[in-house]
Design a protein around this ligand. Structure first.
Ligand SMILES: Cc1cc2nc3c(=O)[nH]c(=O)nc-3n(C[C@H](O)[C@H](O)[C@H](O)COP(=O)(O)OP(=O)(O)OC[C@H]3O[C@@H](n4cnc5c(N)ncnc54)[C@H](O)[C@@H]3O)c2cc1C
Ligand code: FES
Length: 274
């Protein structure tokens, strides 16, 4: 890329980071917990304070020593511990960046920009359903822990292809009932997540949160409409800068095109034109 254009983009990004009080911070790779060959939890630690993270926020992780992975990778914050100064990320290795992030040396440096994006609405004393699929389950630990503090009753509905693709159910069960669907029936009910029996009969949830593949979220949003229940969806559009500078992540909404990285990733499903 032309040096002048590159410099201009970097200046714009630095300005945006300063304006929005985002932080660029070096962490150390503290631990990996592998859930299977392709899915892992990466724990980062720091000696400095950690910025306040809201449920739904994400970080842009720089992929070290990878000249061919130029852009940072957006990953939701799975969990944060302000006392031990650690951040957890649940990562599904699907390409060069996420594979490299899973192969770093313990104690090596990892630079991140965070906290990015908006956050889920936290309700008081409501009965909520949280529907997740794929890497879309990542924001739900922080979300559920905040909802529980506000007196909400939480039910998780996790959809996957097979039982080998179902993760974090032990963690979720600390916060509420966990329902599972698998496409091959190897765990929980058989079929797509939107066919689960929880959507049949007496549906008495006040609110639905969803994150996962777009077709799943669209189907969940449609059910929410039919049941006359509000729904928030967290989008995982492809991103580059993560801070509203490059416009590569826009999604059509009732207000016009909006950057998922700054106006989202969480949207009221009624605002999305998908
Ligand atoms: C706000 C946000 C939060 C996210 N949170 C998480 C998370 O918590 N855990 C996690 O594992 N992943 C998460 N993702 C997705 C993650 O950013 C991508 O999987 C990652 O950037 C892929 O990088 P890569 O270099 O490994 O793959 P690449 O080599 O860049 O791509 C590999 C393949 O994956 C496809 N791909 C790349 N990015 C995406 C994407 N965003 N959605 C769908 N397909 C994609 C590419 O088209 C290609 O086919 C999130 C994405 C966003 C936007
Ligand atoms: S990723 Fe650059 S504007 Fe959203």
């Amino acid at each position: 890329m032309n040096l002048k254009i590159n410099l201009k983009i970097n200046l714009k990004i630095n300005q945006k980071i300063r304006n929005k009080m985002k932080r660029i911070q070096d962490f150390k790779v503290k631990n990996y917990r592998w859930l299977n060959d392709d899915n892992y939890i990466l724990t980062l630690s720091t000696n400095s304070n950690i910025e306040k993270i809201e449920p739904g926020n994400f970080a842009e992780l720089k992929v070290p020593d990878s000249p061919d992975v130029f852009l940072r990778r957006p990953i939701s914050v799975l969990d944060v511990d302000y006392h031990t100064k650690t951040l957890d990320f649940y990562i599904k290795a699907i390409g060069k960046g996420t594979r490299k992030l899973g192969s770093l040396d313990i104690d090596s440096d990892l630079n991140i920009v965070y906290p990015l994006g908006n956050s889920f609405k936290i309700l008081n004393n409501k009965k909520v359903l949280i529907v997740g699929g794929g890497s879309g389950i990542a924001p739900f630990i922080l979300l559920a822990s905040e909802l529980i503090k506000k007196g909400c009753e939480v039910t998780f509905l996790i959809g996957a292809r097979t039982k080998n693709d179902v993760f974090l159910t032990d963690e979720f069960s600390k916060f509420g009932n966990v329902l599972v669907t698998t496409e091959d029936g190897s765990m929980g009910e058989k079929g797509l997540v939107t066919r689960h029996s929880v959507f049949k009969g007496n549906f008495d949830f006040d609110f639905i949160y969803t994150c996962g593949p777009d077709p799943m979220m669209k189907a969940v949003a449609q059910i929410a409409d039919e049941k006359n229940v509000s729904c928030e969806a967290s989008l995982e559009n492809m991103m580059a800068c993560g801070i509203g500078a490059c416009l590569c992540c826009v999604t059509p909404t009732v207000r016009g095109n909006e950057c998922v990285c700054t106006e989202g990733p969480v949207f009221n499903s009624k605002d999305l034109k998908w």
